[in-house]
Write a protein that binds this ligand. Structure first.
Ligand SMILES: [Zn+2]
Ligand SMILES: [Zn+2]
Length: 109
């Protein structure tokens, strides 16, 4: 709320000739008008999109599993993936990661 600097009364919002301003009913004081045409511009706040899809869980990589024994905890199930580590004309190396303790190793063929 704003008050009249002259008489201290509450200023009332008024609109006149496409201008809005605050005016005092007692002494006639008024603030400078602001263009009313633009009006209230609603700020569009787009709802934040929820990231859908696979939740990244580092403890459980989205990889296929195979039967392989971990040398650390002796779990016989491990994730596996292939990586081309050597020359492109050679077979890719298969890497394994224990599903239980996360130990990684490469499979030597
Ligand atoms: Zn006044
Ligand atoms: Zn293990």
């Amino acid at each position: 709320m704003e008050f009249c600097p002259n008489c201290g009364k509450l200023l009332r919002p008024k609109e006149e000739k496409k201008e809005v301003f605050l005016a005092c009913n007692s002494c006639g004081y008024r603030t400078e008008g602001e263009a009313a045409e633009e009006g209230y511009v609603a700020t569009e706040e787009a709802p934040k999109e929820k990231i859908e899809g696979v939740a990244v869980n580092e403890g459980a990589p989205n990889l296929p599993t195979t039967t392989a024994q971990c040398e650390k905890c002796h779990t016989d199930k491990a994730y596996y993936w292939l990586e081309q580590t050597r020359a492109a004309d050679e077979a890719p190396t298969r890497f394994l990661q224990c599903v239980k303790c996360g130990h990684k190793w490469r499979e030597y063929s």
